[in-house]
Design a protein around this ligand. Structure first.
Ligand code: SF4
Length: 443
């Protein structure tokens, strides 16, 4: 399927002109209406102020992309329902026949027949539905280090799954082939029904994968049968398959398996608290520390991500942060220093931070990879701000870049080679040399 003109990534294109975004029902949003009133008053001060007003509004309140009239219809809708891939969404408002999703800050407002910004939710006759329930487009068994999580059950394997769709529009997305697709572009309900249960068959053809259903209880059973102590919701964005993630987390807990969420952190407070009550570890992308860059590079709101990180801390969920250092976007060392100072102060010096090397891809294929010296300088900055566990990823062969060092005696406590753990010098989570407790979940 091709996207309709309305779906162009306006956020990624910068903000060259003041444009009032209409809601799905054709009316101005309340925020925009308030803005017009305020700008009308401010307009007395001249056109430059009006321009500034809209520029600032668009920078911090980039509207959702709504796919008008793009919900599946007819036989496709019937087949999708028959497969069990449709489920009423959680965390949404009914506004007459319109609905508004409250899972992430995009707050998609959908008229009947519309599809959401993340491509996964539709308004069907005044009710909001997800299209990706039990409907993964991919799954793998990964080392937990691949998430990356370095302080959580080292050396263990995690059953990892994803559906299509994402709440962001990152210019550098490495999984855009699933994250920037509709469910119908990754799955196909026609043909014989295929439901995945243990024991896991040896392989799937693309055709089988397209027809596969994996319900929450089956996902937990498959993970257990494979000897994986955890399930990971990853690759695209679990916030965009919230209902499936939530129910699978519950099913995993019933089997005493752990849950790992790998997320951009863009989620509203209530759904975050509901979901993370079931989660044991999270890996959050803090993609930068500048709202202007977040808008251009990712279409996200920095403050929401910071709020999510503080919520994880408050709830006692183990989490690690990754920061992808993208040349010309997020490689400013002064900004990196501000970010590290915030992490050390608000989350604490034991908060692990992974700097990751950018490789050209998706819409930033014209950039060069991050120079290794930039990553080393970023690590020095983080350490100088007091962070104790700082890593550099995506640079194979860089000595000690992925080693966990004891912050007291400076001996290596966990050594890694790409995704393999090669040595663990811990006893009950303490350094074997000096007995210092190392932050993390080790068993
Ligand atoms: S989760 Fe999807 S439907 Fe809900 S607000 Fe976010 S982008 Fe919109």
């Amino acid at each position: 399927m091709t996207e309709k003109p309305e779906t162009r990534n306006r956020k990624a294109e910068g903000r060259p002109r003041p444009e009032i975004r209409k809601q799905a029902n054709g009316t101005l949003s309340r925020r925009a209406a308030i803005g017009i009133g305020a700008a009308g008053v401010a307009g007395i001060a001249g056109a430059a102020s009006l321009w500034d007003f809209f520029s600032n509004w668009r920078a911090s309140e980039a509207p959702a992309d709504i796919f008008k009239g793009d919900a599946p219809k007819g036989e496709l809708w019937d087949l999708w329902r028959k497969r069990g891939w449709v489920k009423e969404a959680s965390h949404y408002l009914k506004l007459g026949r319109n609905v508004q999703c409250k899972v992430c800050p995009n707050n998609c407002l959908l008229a009947p027949g519309d599809r959401s910004h993340c491509r996964n939710k539709v308004n069907y006759d005044g009710t909001l539905y997800t299209l990706v329930y039990a409907n993964p487009c991919t799954f793998h068994i990964d080392p937990v280090e691949k998430k990356p999580l370095f302080h959580f059950l080292p050396g263990s394997r995690t059953f990892s799954l994803a559906t299509s769709g994402c709440v962001f529009r990152c210019l550098n997305c490495q999984n855009w082939e699933i994250s920037q697709k509709k469910p119908e572009e990754t799955k196909d309900p026609r043909g014989e029904e295929l439901r995945l249960r243990p024991p896991l068959p040896s392989g799937f053809t693309p055709d089988q994968m397209a027809r596969l259903s994996l319900f929450p209880a089956d996902a937990a059973a498959v993970a257990e049968s494979l000897g994986c102590p955890s399930l990971s919701y990853t690759y695209s964005e679990p916030t965009a398959f919230y209902e499936y993630t939530y129910d699978t987390c519950k099913a995993a807990r019933e089997r005493k398996l752990r849950n790992i969420v790998v997320s951009c952190g863009s989620i509203e407070d209530r759904p975050a608290r509901d979901l993370y009550a079931l989660v044991d570890a999270a890996h959050v992308d803090l993609k930068g520390f500048d709202q202007e860059v977040y808008t251009k590079l990712n279409s996200g709101k920095l403050q929401t991500i910071l709020n999510t990180l503080k919520t994880l801390k408050e709830l006692g969920v183990w989490f690690e942060i990754i920061n992808l250092v993208v040349p010309t976007y997020t490689d400013n060392l002064a900004t990196i220093r501000r970010m590290c100072a915030w992490i050390a102060k608000d989350l604490g010096p034991d908060q692990p931070l992974h700097f990751s090397r950018f490789h050209p891809q998706h819409k930033l294929a014209y950039l060069t990879p991050t120079p290794v010296e930039t990553l080393v300088k970023a690590r020095d900055v983080a350490r100088s701000e007091g962070l104790r566990y700082v890593y550099i990823g995506n640079v194979p062969g860089l000595e000690g870049a992925e080693t966990t060092w004891c912050p007291n005696c400076k001996k290596a406590v966990v050594e890694r080679d790409i995704f393999a753990v090669t040595a663990v010098n811990l006893t009950d989570g303490k350094c074997r040399s000096c007995g210092t407790k190392i932050a993390g979940v080790w068993s």
